[in-house]
Design a protein around this ligand. Sequence first.
Ligand SMILES: *[C@@H]1O[C@H](CO)[C@@H](O)[C@H](O)[C@H]1NC(C)=O
Ligand SMILES: *[C@@H]1O[C@H](CO)[C@@H](O)[C@H](O)[C@H]1NC(C)=O
Ligand SMILES: *[C@@H]1O[C@H](CO)[C@@H](O)[C@H](O)[C@H]1NC(C)=O
Ligand SMILES: *[C@@H]1O[C@H](CO)[C@@H](O)[C@H](O)[C@H]1NC(C)=O
Ligand SMILES: *[C@@H]1O[C@H](CO)[C@@H](O)[C@H](O)[C@H]1NC(C)=O
Ligand SMILES: *[C@@H]1O[C@H](CO)[C@@H](O)[C@H](O)[C@H]1NC(C)=O
Length: 424
Amino acid sequence: MGTMKAPRGKIPLSIIAVLFCVFAFMALLYTERLSFLSSGSIFKFRPCAARYKMSKTDNKRSVNKQIDYAADDRFEFDPEECDIGHGKWVFNRSIKPLYSDRTCPYVDRQVSCVKNGRNDSDYRHWQWRPDDCMLPRFNPDIALKKLQGKRLMFVGDSLQRGQWQSFVCLVEHIIPKSQKSMKRGRVHSVFRAKEYNATIEFYWAPFLVESNSDERIVGDPKKRILRVDSIAKHAKHWVDVDILVFNTYVWWMSGLKIKSLWGSFANGEEGSEELEAPVSYRIGLKTWANWVDSTIDPNTTRVFFTTMSPTHQRSEDWGNKNGIKCFNETKPILNKWHWGSGSDRRMMNVVASVVEKMKVPVTFINITQLSEYRIDAHSSIYTELQGQLLTDEQKADPLHNADCIHWCLPGVPDTWNQILFALL
Ligand SMILES: *[C@@H]1O[C@H](CO)[C@@H](O)[C@H](O)[C@H]1NC(C)=O
Ligand SMILES: *[C@@H]1O[C@H](CO)[C@@H](O)[C@H](O)[C@H]1NC(C)=O
Ligand SMILES: *[C@@H]1O[C@H](CO)[C@@H](O)[C@H](O)[C@H]1NC(C)=O
Ligand SMILES: *[C@@H]1O[C@H](CO)[C@@H](O)[C@H](O)[C@H]1NC(C)=O
Ligand SMILES: *[C@@H]1O[C@H](CO)[C@@H](O)[C@H](O)[C@H]1NC(C)=O
Ligand SMILES: *[C@@H]1O[C@H](CO)[C@@H](O)[C@H](O)[C@H]1NC(C)=O
């Protein structure tokens, strides 16, 4: 089941794609509501390979001891050697997430699937197992020690917000109440671990570059205008951060051309050009890359980029002809290398080619392939719409209301952070 993409790109996606994109964006629109954040700071860094070797003897060994794969001949995790996307999901009921949406107070209702009524639990017991290496289990104690005196900031859209909440929840349960705080803002949110002098922050910038749909979301994608060459307004909040984790993808994928603005047009918004998404995306990412290269000191700051989070809006992609998007799915796709229409390879290629030319090293957290399999792990109908839980009536209409973009927490974003943890 490879990609459904047509040889020349557009034909098969046409009408259905447009419809699904519209649903996707309705979901986004209502769920993105506002995001949050305020700010704080802390951090420092070390080149990855060196850092990894240094800790191998101490921390890592204890981490790896906890891996229960008996008689495993796979290598210890090494980002240079191991293709994280090459592997499989293994079911093990005795593996429990480190938190739940009831124990962690920081999970947004949008992704609190259990609280919202989801009662099938298998989706919480799958573990990602790369073929070539052992991915160390997330260890909150070691994670916090790595963040000692540092600021970790996730920057991007609501999927990045999910990754941020996952990271906070993975560590916060070992910190006593008096030693932690959370400040949520519309744009910038800060979780502080006082005894570690560390912060784990989120900054809302769904396109990374500036747009008219940042702080106040413009619901109609046709009315969104991107300033593809401007980033300073957001980026000034990213300086002095020690570990930056960026993403941006799904907001570019409305299926429409993107109204893009650059330079100073005398006629303002009238002067915008409509560009195909990959073209506009390339300019936007170049703007981001130039900022990173001209501002970030790679000796003190580490930069990560989370690759696109797949959407699962077309059940035909995984051969479920009678399915309704990801609704009612309770098992991952087991076909190796499944790749659906919700992950656009052109966009992936843009990211890869922009990053390749950068001076500052950017480490990918390549989540796309492993997340592609997880049609069972989206928030689906166990979510909210315009700040309200779905009513039974709305739940009965999954075609319009199931959210197959965002992920339940605990869930797949915990695995993304397991990878980040291994790379720190
Ligand atoms: C806490 O971390 C900040 C950087 O994020 C640093 O400036 C400050 O000196 C640290 N404070 C202590 C007590 O270590
Ligand atoms: C991420 O992984 C996928 C498949 O595993 C690969 O096709 C893609 O090129 C990778 N992306 C980047 C930016 O390295
Ligand atoms: C499942 O996980 C438990 C606890 O980590 C471990 O002891 C057990 O061996 C695992 N089972 C399988 C089949 O891998
Ligand atoms: C789970 O929920 C569904 C519908 O919401 C219900 O039909 C089913 O009986 C529930 N199952 C359990 C085990 O509670
Ligand atoms: C980073 O560290 C290296 C080696 O210590 C040094 O040569 C280089 O000038 C430093 N770069 C910056 C931007 O400070
Ligand atoms: C959802 O799955 C359950 C259990 O497999 C099934 O009984 C139900 O009919 C499904 N609902 C729809 C709308 O497909």
